[in-house]
Design a protein around this ligand. Structure first.
Ligand code: IMP
Ligand code: MG
Length: 188
């Protein structure tokens, strides 16, 4: 007997997902990165810049394990290409609201894949006269790198697989997963 027209289907236990990094592993690693960043940036009043939308989740957890004065800003960047591959063409869709001259910048990104997006962004920020520009990235898909990018604070190295969850999407879906998973069949 149908009691409701809206059927509940779990996204977290979707059989098309294979967990690669668990929620507990992510949170434990973020605590370690936060402690490192706290030590490195004590007294420097860093500005953390989150890259929309994917990095918001990592940024919000990371922030809460950094115990020193800091500020946050957001940028939106579009890199043209298909839903699973970047083309290398980068455009700033939402820029910073504040000048960053003399500030210590920590860019927070979800994943470095080819490195094309980040190498563009890091150079762009450095050209605005920041005192320093560093990068924190949750994931490093190192096998696909085309442009070298120095990741100062890295969560995890991952193999060349398309992953979703914890902010990462496939066509805007799966960002809400509390873990990182390999999407077994993107067409399903
Ligand atoms: P890059 O310029 O190739 O390094 O691209 C980085 C961007 O591509 C990330 O910010 C993501 O938005 C996207 N991306 C790359 N790999 C994946 C993936 O495995 N899952 C979801 N998005 C990805
Ligand atoms: Mg992104």
């Amino acid at each position: 007997m149908a009691t409701s027209s809206a059927q509940f289907t779990s996204e977290f236990s979707n059989p098309n997902l294979e967990v690669l990094i668990s929620e507990a592993q992510i949170q434990a690693r973020i605590k370690e990165l936060g402690a490192e960043i706290t030590r490195d940036y004590a007294g420097l009043n860093p500005l953390l810049i989150g890259v929309l939308k994917g990095a918001c989740f990592f940024l919000s957890d990371l922030l809460r394990s950094i115990d020193t004065r800091l500020g946050i800003e957001f940028m939106a960047i579009s890199s043209y290409g298909s839903s699973t591959r970047t083309s290398g063409e980068v455009r700033i869709m939402k820029d910073l609201d504040v000048p960053i001259e003399g500030r210590h910048i920590l860019v927070v990104e979800d994943i470095v894949d080819t490195g094309l997006t980040l190498s563009y962004l890091l150079a762009n920020l450095a050209s605005r006269g920041a005192a320093s520009v560093k990068l924190a990235a949750l994931l490093d898909k190192y096998e696909r790198r085309q442009k070298e990018v120095k990741i100062d604070y890295l969560g995890f190295k991952i193999p060349d697989e398309f992953v979703v969850g914890y902010g990462l999407d496939f066509a805007e879906r799966y960002r809400n997963l509390p873990f990182i998973a390999v999407l077994k069949n993107p067409e399903a």
